[in-house]
Design a protein around this ligand. Structure first.
Ligand code: ZN
Ligand code: ZN
Length: 377
């Protein structure tokens, strides 16, 4: 569809004075304003046309260019042409418009729907790192404010003008029967601003994709599932809007030996049958990577717990350390030599009944015999 002549749109002759242009615009803008013509696409189209024409003809420089070159005067030099505004916008017109319609517009504020998105970053650390804390460097692919335009989205960082369609509010209302439906402005997508000359770097969004490198302090004592919020480190806002937040979700990888419960650490330590019977010492690993010698009492059974005070996890906010609980498991020897077997058989012969050397199994089987006897009667 060919573009209509700007003078024709405003019903003016080419020799119209500035005052005549303004008067014609005022009359037509009032007549076709969307608030007065709800749900009328034709009127909306006219309204846009009127604004576009006025935008050019009110400005002596633009008007001269238009008189000489027609619509072509504004088609070249529109940057890379992929701006969000989709060609022409009504930016400076809005100032005039605000004066004209201030009375029935009332005071309205622009909504801040241009806040950047929150981001989630998952990080998995070892239990040792959870104990000691960790300073991690993370790389987050995200949208950052465009440096070329300072996040404004307009070439050279010029201040974007209020959107004419929604008058800078970012939302438009339409009447449907009894209901008034409010929706995001289709012209400015809710930002309330339009960009005349989109920035070449970011195409008018005010943001570019970039990998951001951030240092994150994971505090000692952190728990599995902890969420660390880095305020303002999410995606940059659209066209200078406030940034979102970055949430770091910490998971702790399972440990080969330790099992954590709150600030206590549990570990199962196998001990040789002989050590369990005779007593002795074994070395156990600690969470800080050291070795600790612990005393095994004579006659230790599987399941016996030894509590090592203050050898557990760090407390998140610098409290006392938890304990480490060593659960002993008596290991039955395998792959015995003939000699060892002989010795064990000899050991077996040397142990008599009722000498209370195996109190658990003796008690158990005594109970079983009792039950069998009862059944026989
Ligand atoms: Zn830019
Ligand atoms: Zn708008």
């Amino acid at each position: 569809m060919a573009k209509r002549d700007y003078y024709e749109i405003l019903g003016l002759s080419r020799s119209a004075t500035e005052v005549e242009i303004k008067r014609a615009y005022r009359r037509l803008a009032m007549q076709y304003h969307p608030d007065r013509n709800p749900d009328d696409p034709a009127a909306e189209q006219r309204f846009k046309e009127i604004n576009e024409a006025y935008e050019v003809l009110r400005d002596p420089q633009k008007r001269a260019a238009y008189d000489q070159f027609g619509h072509q005067a504004f088609e070249a030099g529109a940057g890379s042409g992929h701006g969000a505004a989709g060609g022409f916008d009504f930016s400076s017109f809005a100032d005039a418009f605000e004066d004209l319609f201030a009375d029935f517009m009332g005071g309205r504020r622009r909504s801040a729907s241009n806040r950047g998105a929150d981001l989630r970053y998952n990080i998995t650390i070892t239990l040792e790192e959870a104990f000691a804390g960790k300073r991690a460097q993370i790389r987050v692919p995200t949208a950052v404010a465009c440096e070329a335009c300072g996040g404004r989205g307009s070439e050279g960082g010029a201040e974007p003008a209020p959107c004419a369609t929604c008058r800078g509010i970012g939302r438009v209302r339409t009447q449907q029967g009894f209901f008034t439906i409010e929706r995001t402005c289709p012209s400015c997508h809710g930002s309330g601003r339009v960009i005349r000359n989109p920035c070449r770097e970011c195409g008018g969004s005010g943001r570019v994709q970039k990998e951001k490198v951030l240092a994150v302090n994971i505090p000692p004592g952190v728990e599995d599932g902890t969420r660390i919020r880095l305020s303002g480190e999410g995606e940059a806002g659209v066209r200078g809007g406030p940034p979102g937040d970055l949430y770091i979700f910490v998971s702790i990888a399972p440990h080969w030996s330790f099992h954590r419960e709150g600030r206590d650490l549990y570990c199962r330590v196998p001990i040789p049958m002989t050590t369990a019977a005779l007593g002795g010492q074994v070395e156990v690993p600690t969470i800080e990577g050291k070795r600790l010698r612990i005393q095994i009492p004579e006659g230790t059974q599987t399941g016996r717990q030894i509590r090592l005070k203050g050898k557990g996890m760090t407390e998140l906010h610098g409290g006392a350390r938890g304990d480490m609980l060593v659960e002993l498991v008596v290991e039955t020897p395998v792959n015995l030599t003939r000699r060892q077997k002989e010795l064990l058989r000899e050991f077996e012969k040397a142990s008599g009944k009722g000498d209370n050397q195996h109190p658990q199994s003796e008690g158990f089987f005594a109970k079983v015999r009792e039950l069998w006897d009862e059944l026989r009667e």
